[in-house]
Ligand binder design. Structure first.
Ligand SMILES: Cc1cc2nc3c(=O)[nH]c(=O)nc-3n(C[C@H](O)[C@H](O)[C@H](O)COP(=O)(O)OP(=O)(O)OC[C@H]3O[C@@H](n4cnc5c(N)ncnc54)[C@H](O)[C@@H]3O)c2cc1C
Length: 157
């Protein structure tokens, strides 16, 4: 990550429907204010409720992507930190701590700190997993990547 000592502005954590819609709403009012969008995934824009119908419509994960994260970031004139996880927020110093979400790969072990003037939390939710259910048979499909994995499993029978 080459993000250390980045200038402050609006920092949004989360690039789901909420995060990207905040970007759209800010840009509708202000074309120039610095915006940094941080996401643990690749930041691709897609309409999550479409996951419900994708199988019956014979669409795969790639078909659902409306714009890649990098294309959408360029169009909105924002700084996208994809595959980046926020590990800590310090409201006193108005900073967030980052680490690569790909850190299991030794190439990506950098830590970084960035500042914010305004911070938006758009991190979604994690569904609980009832202990009574067999984990190997039950799939939470709350992300396009997970949907792609489910499709692969189904294709393999
Ligand atoms: C199959 C399905 C069907 C649905 N159908 C409908 C429907 O018909 N109508 C309806 O109203 N809603 C529906 N929903 C719900 C709706 O899609 C979700 O509520 C909505 O997409 C959530 O968006 P979000 O941006 O809040 O969260 P998410 O999409 O979960 O995005 C969270 C973002 O935060 C990032 N993030 C989280 N933690 C960190 C961290 N520590 N560091 C960095 N990044 C982080 C993630 O990487 C991600 O980018 C459906 C959901 C599913 C799964």
């Amino acid at each position: 990550m080459s993000v250390e000592n980045q200038s402050a502005g609006i920092v949004i954590i989360g690039a789901g429907l909420a995060g990207w819609h905040v970007v759209d709403a800010i840009r509708a009012k202000d074309k120039d204010i610095p915006i940094t969008l941080i996401t643990a995934d690749n930041g691709d824009r897609y309409h999550k409720p479409m996951l419900t119908m994708a199988i019956s419509q014979q669409k795969n994960a790639a078909d659902l992507v409306r714009a890649t994260g990098s294309d959408a970031a360029k169009a909105a004139n924002i700084n996208l930190l994809a595959n980046t996880q926020v590990t800590d927020i310090d409201p006193a110093s108005q900073t967030v701590q980052l680490i690569s979400a790909l850190r299991s790969d030794p190439v990506y072990t950098n830590y970084a700190t960035i500042s914010y003037d305004k911070l938006v939390l758009a991190m979604g939710a994690h569904p609980i997993f009832p202990k009574s259910l067999p984990e190997d048979l039950v799939w939470h499909v709350n992300h396009i990547e997970r949907f792609g994995q489910l499709q692969e499993k189904l294709a393999a029978g």
